[in-house]
Design a binder for this molecule. Sequence first.
Ligand SMILES: Nc1nc2c(ncn2[C@@H]2O[C@H](COP(=O)(O)OP(=O)(O)O[C@H]3O[C@H](CO)[C@@H](O)[C@H](O)[C@@H]3O)[C@@H](O)[C@H]2O)c(=O)[nH]1
Length: 472
Amino acid sequence: MWGSFLLSMLAGALTIIFLAFLVRFTVWAAKKSRHAIPSRYTPAAKPEDEHIQILVLGDIGRSPRMQYHAISIAKHGRHVDLIGYKETARHPELIGKPNVSLYALSPYPEWIAWGTLPLLSIPYKVIHQFCTLYYQMMYAAPAAQWIIIQNPPSIPTFHVAMFVAWVRGSKVIVDWHNYGHTLLSTTLLLRPLVPIYRWYEKGFGRRLGNANLAVTDAMCRQLKGPSFKVKTPVVTLHDRPAAVFQPITDPKERFAVLSRIGETKKDAKNIIDGTVRLIVSSTSWTADEDFGILLDALMAYAAPPAHGTSTMDSPAPILAIITGKGPQKQPYIEKIKELESQGNLPGIRILTAWLSTRDYAALLACADLGVSLHKSSSGVDLPMKVVDMFGAGLPVAAYSAFESFGELIKEGVNGCGFETAPQLTEVFQRLLGVYGVKELARLKKGAISEGSLRWDEEWNRVVGRIIGVVDS
Ligand SMILES: Nc1nc2c(ncn2[C@@H]2O[C@H](COP(=O)(O)OP(=O)(O)O[C@H]3O[C@H](CO)[C@@H](O)[C@H](O)[C@@H]3O)[C@@H](O)[C@H]2O)c(=O)[nH]1
């Protein structure tokens, strides 16, 4: 009898403890679930309280076009929430502004960079990227009126953005810079994945945006056409230079700039008087730019002329500066060192650099010729670097074998095209020698004229109207 009494006491005590835990757990779960439900967008009473998200699944500091969207939106008094990786410094106009916030995606842990566990690292990367992107878009950033998304990359941006926009009631603009599946096809090892990527990009891409932006008219036609069948409006927003890119024509000012920048300091005087020619190329060091063409062209330019074949007596020395950061930088640095040590580049100095936005713009304005090796994996995008160069009044020699080339570069007016290294050598020989002065000056005029069309006007006309910050 005592035994059953004690047992019932124990059972009663355990039930009370269990119930107490249950009540506490229910209160805790209720509190937590409040935060698990994301807020929904409701129109703000004042325009300055409207939030617009800019999403870049890459380094924000190296995404000029998306930063320009952010600057334009902030100028129109809306709140910009930038979501992306924080690696290099952002554009100065996006720092210290009360209506610009950054929601940084968390970087991969260090063991991923070591590359020792490739079988684990690929699925880990996919899950990591999904989680950090989902958290920042769904919970950390306030519900946005519009989400502007950079493509590529399309995976996992498209399906995450589609779900977030649906749950939070935001509208979406997809800014098509290029296609993810064509970029993927430039890496040999990843080619088997291209059909899956293409299926995803076209399938989600045709349904995701309330509106779409394309970088060229050719891309705009393709997106509307039978291959993509994008159902919502598609308009072209051509890249245009930002205000920081300006020509510098006064020799004193050019000298001051060249003496300030570490890479040109030593040659400043010779660059001004034309005894050293300054060429600049800028890049993200990706597989769609073949710097081998530039190196071969410079080697041929520097080689002693075979009797009777040269149009010049002796070629002017060249200082070539390649600016930018990216995956293929180190292998090319090794290649350049090797060519130099073999004595294949007499009279040529090749430097690589990463400059502040201000110095990058100033360097372009002081150079003699810009070089673009952008190959365009889709055939219908354009190199942003050429837009920077035109803004700084710098004529270009640009790789030309792709459909949309003529939308920006006009042969003989603001630059010239090449498809092979010998053709680029010929451009260097023609434009950088004493007989090229007149032609180069004419191309410079064309570059200044093309660069005078600026980002603000183009953006207000196209995007400003779509998102309603400019009256239509
Ligand atoms: N601050 C700074 N920026 C630099 C430097 N060097 C390069 N950049 C930035 O890096 C860009 C060049 O990077 P790429 O990735 O080579 O760009 P792109 O081929 O010219 O164009 C890209 O953007 C277009 C849309 O705007 C796309 O259409 C195109 O496919 C490509 O992704 C330049 O425009 C510039 O903004 C530097 O030293 N300093």
